[in-house]
Structure formats: structure tokens, C-alpha cells
Design a protein around this ligand. Structure first.
Ligand code: GDP
Ligand code: MG
Length: 327
């Protein structure tokens, strides 16, 4: 096919990576990069469409091959209301946070590289669970191969740093640079290209119980990369861990709804977790395909103007609504 003129050096570099790619995963990443950096104008429309076609074909192939057959310890099966990864330098307290927030018992030690494989646990939040994944650390020199895949698949990335360390600003900057370099986070969101939006990347200062951390945090507040929100906790004393849970839940941007069979009490034990903005029809689809097809109307307790009000299928649900679907 004829190449449109004025493709950028970044595009050609990404294309080089594609040619060199050894695995399907690498090919997908390179194609995503090509699509991300290609100049968007009329002259490249054909090429853009071609890239998208190749990308979806590769993704299909990848699925067919079966992720399960290839053993990849960095591919942690998603569970619960969302997946949150703990990412950062050694000894910042990632494993301690996992243990404090879940019932996991990851190994904690005050020497680096105690964590060599991802470990996960479920964090209870009110009546739901959120999955936390403790990743092996990165440093200025090394990063575990495979870590990008675990990062890009996450709903939230917690960039954990040691607030009591004089290096904490370097820890933050290097962690953030890593995310940009590996294209986990991008300057702009490009349709069809995976990335974690910057509002889902949270800076988390741990060990605030230790001396010096208040002063360090003053500096961090002033000099941190601006677009990322900052939170502080202590895994040791438990300080602000409850607040962190709420922040995580709010950042996931999901709601809980309780289903009710007509004529019966609602099931308040196991909520359905759906994206904020979902409608009655979306919920019905999630419960069962047939239910969506036969859906006539629903009654809602909670956000509706009065309890048990009949609402149409495009009614937007709110957190903690009780929904009775009528067919
Ligand atoms: N004082 C204090 N020590 C902590 C805190 N969190 C972790 N630690 C200690 O920091 C060291 C490293 O913790 P670890 O969870 O293994 O860090 P990781 O390498 O990031 O997984 C251990 O000695 C922990 O006991 C905290 O909030 N306060
Ligand atoms: Mg660890």
C-alpha cells in the first residue's frame, strides 16, 4: 500500500518496534503506539483504518490462543468491583499496605526485592470487595519484565512512595516517568489505544508515622507532577486507611445496586456493581440476557422521586438503588 507522506519520526520508530516484535503482545503494543502517534488527518485515514483492522485481528488471535495456556504470573485475573495495583520503589510499604487493607499475608521485610511476583488480595469496602495487587518494585536501573501488562490492565494505579524518605520526590518522579515511558499513562487519551487515565493514577505517601515525613510531604505537595492527586497513609498505624478505601471506591466510579424480584424482599447481601451512568436496561443485561429482552419497566427505591416509582428502561441508576425489574 502507498505510504502517506509526512509520517513522523515517532511513527517510524513505532513501526520499527512492530517489525522487531517477537510476541503477539509486543505486536499489539507496537500497533497501539503506531495508532497513537500517527498524524490524524485526511491523508492518513486509510492507514489508520488499516492499523485498527490489524490491531483487532491480533487481539482476536491473542484471545483465541487462550491467555490461560500461556502462564504469565503478571496476568492477575480480575475479581470484585475493580482492580487496584500497588506500584513503586522497594521498601515503600506496598506489601504492608496489601496486608493492612486485605486479609492477604504477603511477605514484608525491610530489605528490597522481597516481592518478586505479584500477590493479590480482596479489600472489603462496605458491602463489596475491591481487588488489590502488590507488584514487584521498580528502581532507576531495573523493572521486572511483564509489569507493563499488569499496570495497563488496572483500574487504578497507586504510586506508593516512602514519605519518610528524603528520596520521596525522586521515587514519585521516576515511577511516573516509568508509566509514561511504558505508555501505561499517556498525555492524551486515544480511542482504541489502551491507557490508564491520569485521574486514576494516585500518588500514595506511606510511612507518615515516621519522623520527617510531614516536612517531606510539604515539598512533595509543591513539586509533584501536577495532574496526579496525592494521598497519605500509614500501613503501620492504620492512619487514613479508611479514607483511602473511600477514595478508591469513588475513583473506580462504580455504583452498587440491589435487585428485587417482584413481590419479594430485595437481596441486600450481594449488590451488582456497575459503572456510574448505567441504566435499568444495562443492569438487566448484566443480570441476564433474557431479562433485558423482556424488560417492560422497573421500579426503583432510593434515587427515584418516591419509593417504588416506575421508571423507564433508560433510567440512570444511582449508588445503593434497589431495582425491581418487571417483564
Ligand atoms: N514505620 C512504618 N514502617 C512501615 C510502614 N509500612 C511498611 N513499613 C515497613 O517498611 C518495610 C518495607 O515494607 P514492605 O511492605 O515490605 O515494602 P515493599 O517492598 O514496598 O513491599 C518493612 O520493614 C515494613 O515493616 C509504615 O506505614 N510505617
Ligand atoms: Mg513487597
Amino acid at each position: 500500500m502507498t505510504m502517506p507522506a509526512n509520517l513522523t519520526p515517532q511513527y517510524h520508530a513505532a513501526e520499527e518496534n512492530f517489525k522487531k516484535a517477537a510476541t503477539t503482545e509486543e505486536k499489539i503494543t507496537a500497533l497501539e503506539e503506531m495508532l497513537a502517534v500517527i498524524p490524524k488527518h485526511k491523508g492518513t485515514e486509510k492507514l489508520q483504518a488499516d492499523l485498527k483492522r490489524r490491531l483487532s485481528k491480533l487481539r482476536e488471535e491473542d484471545l483465541k490462543k487462550g491467555a490461560a495456556k500461556r502462564f504469565d504470573p503478571f496476568r492477575i485475573e480480575r475479581q470484585g468491583a475493580g482492580q487496584v495495583v500497588l506500584f513503586g520503589f522497594p521498601n515503600t510499604g506496598k506489601s504492608s499496605l496489601l496486608n493492612a487493607l486485605t486479609r492477604a499475608s504477603a511477605k514484608v521485610a525491610d530489605y528490597p526485592f522481597t516481592t518478586t511476583m505479584p500477590a493479590s488480595g480482596m479489600m472489603p469496602y462496605e458491602d463489596i470487595f475491591v481487588q488489590l495487587v502488590d507488584l514487584p518494585p521498580i528502581t532507576s536501573e531495573i523493572s521486572p519484565p511483564g509489569i507493563s501488562g499488569a499496570l495497563i490492565g488496572a483500574d487504578i494505579i497507586l504510586v506508593v512512595f516512602d514519605a519518610s524518605s528524603d528520596d520521596c520526590l525522586d521515587q514519585i518522579n521516576e515511577s511516573i516517568n516509568f508509566l509514561y515511558k511504558k505508555r501505561v499513562v499517556r498525555e492524551e487519551i486515544i480511542p482504541g489505544v489502551r491507557s490508564v487515565p491520569s485521574h486514576r493514577v494516585l500518588l500514595l505517601g506511606n510511612r507518615v508515622d515516621r519522623p520527617g515525613s510531614r516536612e517531606n510531604l510539604d515539598i512533595v505537595r509543591e513539586l509533584k507532577p501536577g495532574e496526579f492527586k496525592l494521598y497519605t497513609v500509614s500501613a503501620l498505624t492504620g492512619e487514613s486507611l479508611e479514607d483511602l478505601k473511600t477514595v478508591i471506591f469513588n475513583t473506580l466510579n462504580v455504583i452498587r445496586v440491589y435487585s428485587k424480584v417482584p413481590g419479594r424482599e430485595p437481596d441486600m447481601k450481594t449488590p451488582f456493581v456497575i459503572k456510574r451512568g448505567c441504566t435499568v436496561l444495562d443492569l438487566a443485561e448484566k443480570i441476564h440476557k433474557d431479562l433485558a429482552q423482556n424488560l417492560k419497566f422497573a421500579r426503583v427505591w432510593g434515587s427515584a422521586r418516591f419509593s417504588g416509582q416506575s421508571v423507564p428502561r433508560d433510567y440512570v441508576l444511582q449508588d445503593r438503588d434497589i431495582v425491581e425489574i418487571n417483564t
